[in-house]
Write a protein that binds this ligand. Sequence first.
Ligand code: ARE
Ligand code: CA
Length: 474
Amino acid sequence: AYDTPYCDGRQTIVHLFEWKWTDIAAECERFLGPNEFCAVQVSPPMEHLLASSSGYPWWQRYQPISYKLESRSGNEAEFIDMVNRCNAVGVRIIVDAVVNHMTGIGQSGTGSGGSSFNADNRDFPGVPYGYNDFTPRDQCPSSDGQIHDYSNVNEVRNCMLVGLTDLYGGSDYVRQKVSEYFNHVIDLGVMGFRVDASKHMWPGDLEAIQGLTKDLNTDAGFPAGARPFFYHEVIDQGGEPITVQDYFSVGRTTEFRFGKKIAWGVNDFSQLGNIYDAGWGMAPSDKALNFVDNHDNQRGHGGGGDILTFQNGKDYTLGVCFSLAHDYGFMRIMSSYYFDNSDQGPPSGGGGSTSDVVINDDGTCGGGWVCEHRWNAITQMVRFRNAVAGTSIENWYQEGDNVAFSRGNKGFFAMTKYGSFDKTLQTGLPAGTYCELISHCANQVTVNADGTAMVSIHNEQEPVFAICVGCGDG
Ligand code: ARE
Ligand code: CA
């Protein structure tokens, strides 16, 4: 019940990492709505640590101080305005929910919303949480109270993740406070939650918390009885006792092996045929929230790994476009800012502020924002994914550095690694003239009566080809 997004058939979530609410509202209206994105995953909206001595890094927002909607991205009034304006154009909001822990030990002072706190005393009056709301020390088996051994389930769930004070999810009071936070934003019209660090929470505690959440707000356009959409951050690369399967009763799970497979496949196209690997323990399509990279592994946090990011340029375009053309999972795409070191926060005028996103005349972003979601081929493939939803992969073709396949009888996709490809292929599509999406119909494609077509790609930057039934220009 928690694994269904309510997006009128739209298929792609974009993570607008560290964007301000005012910019997200504008982006929904000017870009995400018209290009049929399902939803935006926003950075954690609750009150957080201000790590001024570390130069206001991005990760300060993963250290909660209260559930007041006062963060680096904006205040509650701005949050409400964003939710309303995005909902009005059919784009839903997904909140990044940090509820496994509060701030790190050793921290005290005042948070982004003005609440005082003292982590060593487990004192967070802005909620309020006190000593008894944190996991009892005797439930954590490690000698220093921290997580070291990921093969020990009690340690992973009852000890402190990188020194972050661990909330006691077994407590009725904690469950109530967390669900009040969730219900507050549900009342404001959000669609769902990315739950941070779910691996470090007991599935039963999550089930209890989620059981206390309201149905989605019908005033925001959700159907009556719709349950909030949940996806859980569980880093499962195999080899640990905690698996994504443990969380299927509480929603979807992040599938980190997908990004690894895409990186390997772009490197060697012969590996692209076996992206979903059940034998490897990957979540089945209807339980997976998949992505090429995320805000952690693009900067070496969360274990890093073999992944593609915007820094790989054309290879990244190929990886994301292939993923969007594929039938696996519910897709999230990353939208980043440029950085020189892995702690660096978003573009800023100083003092922990965040700069506005700049939109250039050609539709790309400036001011230090990457905006992968605005890269032409990626945006066009978001439209393709909507058009072919519900169909499966057919007419698979792969030879050297070229790959192509159809999605049922609704769409056909091809890509080549080095910018030039010409071949007659079976598209599985009805005969007719089609608009090639990446070129915005500059290229027209004829599908013959037998379903074959001449597939041509001549584009160094975006060597991608896509046609679909009923797809005009976008
Ligand atoms: C910061 C500092 C630390 C300091 C701490 C407390 O960097 O030095 O001790 O504050 O003061 C993010 C950053 C962290 C940051 C934290 C809080 O990445 O560096 O700590 O915010 O500000 C594990 C978890 C997984 C987690 C990754 C990062 O399982 O849940 O680690 N990912 C989420 C978010 C992160 C966020 C947090 C959780 C915390 O996406 O952005 O941290 O809210 C193997 C295991 C994985 C493990 C991985 C790395 O691969 O299988 O489970 O991931 O190793 O340890
Ligand atoms: Ca925990």
